[in-house]
Design a protein around this ligand. Structure first.
Ligand code: FES
Ligand code: FE
Length: 393
């Protein structure tokens, strides 16, 4: 556990609840490596994590490598069409099977060390000089026993979600429940047909900030008027500092003059058919704990996935998804992408500006939340609850 020298001459009296201001977590929660290890164990390695866009894994042998907590995980399309997830570790002597982030291995996964080879369903298929492999226990080498270690996988919204826990928590409660808590029901998100949309653009941001700073930033809108001029132009109510996502079913309305959710208010692309009149000309944001943000607008969906790499580093992959015709016909999505790309840059810059201060004595007891951020206090309580039981809380 990280401790601090309290003999500092600075006045750092704890920001106890005072009036309407609520204290945040102390600075070490954002920079101490042991807190991060605790989060890997109790959050990223036990919850459902969004791992890969399934349309990118269409052909047998297509794989994607992702970091989940401390583990490297492969999501692989089998010959039978099924998607499966495995630990990216050879059962012989533990070499990492795939070092590329993605690729295609239609003939199976071959370890580059001693050439043990695994079928796409994870079974051991060949091991040089060991004679015949068998499906029986008792004689020869049992190919199932030395197969790859499988990880739980669910498909939803066109993504493969994986969970490292031996007994995964309920996907319906933890993942789908986050969406219904915000939108009221699953029908509201089903209308966006996210699994049928096509990837128009992906940008990967390597952010020098703790993952919780990024979550907290996404959950608040107090900063919108200061750092998001383009966004508040399209969504004027954001300038008031209230995060529309925390009013159930309430989306932020587009400005009267905005024709679309674009950087200059110009028209958007093909609207997603089936969304309701209330969903039209509105922006909805949803946080799926721990590491996914979903943004809904009438003509596209933006999905953020965070990969926490260290206490002070988070890789964020952001997908812009459109109706398939937009991508097939190579329509120009630049003005559409540019709006949230700028928002991302502005947000991540703010998080990076904050991160160094997390180790400062000025922040050892944290800061404060303003009244509209009670939901961030709830996120802090949730984090502490998850960490309870480790010695990192
Ligand atoms: Fe993979 Fe030896 S470590 S075959
Ligand atoms: Fe922001």
């Amino acid at each position: 556990m990280t401790t601090f020298d309290d003999s500092s001459p600075l006045d750092v009296s704890p920001p106890a609840p005072e009036g309407s201001l609520v204290p945040t977590l102390g600075g070490h929660y954002y920079c101490a490596p042991d807190v991060f290890v605790g989060e890997q164990q109790t959050i990223f390695e036990t919850m459902w994590m969004c791992a890969a866009r399934t349309a990118e894994l269409a052909r047998p042998g297509a794989f994607r490598k992702v970091q989940v907590g401390r583990e490297s995980v492969l999501v692989v399309r089998g010959r039978d069409g099924e998607l499966r997830a495995f630990l990216n570790i050879c059962r012989h002597r533990g070499a990492m099977l795939c070092t590329e982030d993605s690729g295609e291995e239609p003939r199976g996964l071959r370890c580059p060390y001693h050439a043990w080879t695994y079928r796409l369903d994870g079974k051991l298929f060949a091991a040089p000089n060991l004679g015949a492999l068998t499906d029986e226990t008792g004689g020869g080498i049992d190919r199932r026993r030395y197969g790859l270690i499988e990880v739980a996988l669910r498909e939803w919204l066109g993504y493969a979600w994986v969970c490292l826990a031996d007994e995964p928590p309920s996907f319906e409660v933890d993942v789908i429940g986050s969406v219904t808590a915000r939108l009221g029901d699953t029908e509201a998100i089903d209308r966006y047909r996210i699994d049928e949309l096509a990837l128009g653009k992906r940008v990967t941001y390597d952010v020098a900030a703790n993952w919780k700073l990024i979550v907290e930033n996404f959950m608040e809108c107090y900063h919108c008027a200061t750092i998001h001029p383009e966004l508040t132009e399209v969504l004027p109510e954001f300038a008031g500092g209230f995060a529309a996502q925390y009013y159930v079913g309430h989306g932020a309305e587009f400005a009267e003059g905005a024709q679309g959710f674009t950087v200059d208010g110009s028209p958007g692309l093909t609207p997603i058919p089936g969304i309701t009149p209330e969903q039209d000309r509105r922006y909805y944001a949803i946080t799926v704990r721990p590491t996914v943000f979903i943004n809904l607008v009438p003509d596209h969906v933006i999905i953020h996935r965070m990969y926490p790499m260290a206490a002070d580093r988070t890789v964020v992959e952001c997908d812009w998804l459109y109706m398939p015709d937009v991508v097939e016909h190579k329509r120009d999505v630049a003005r559409s992408v540019e709006l949230f790309h700028r928002v991302n840059q502005q947000d991540f810059e703010a998080c990076e500006r904050t991160q160094p201060a997390m180790a400062s004595r000025a922040y050892r007891r944290g800061g404060v939340l303003v009244p509209s951020e009670h939901h961030i206090a709830e996120f802090h309580r949730w984090t502490l609850d998850r960490l309870a039981g480790t010695d990192r809380a």
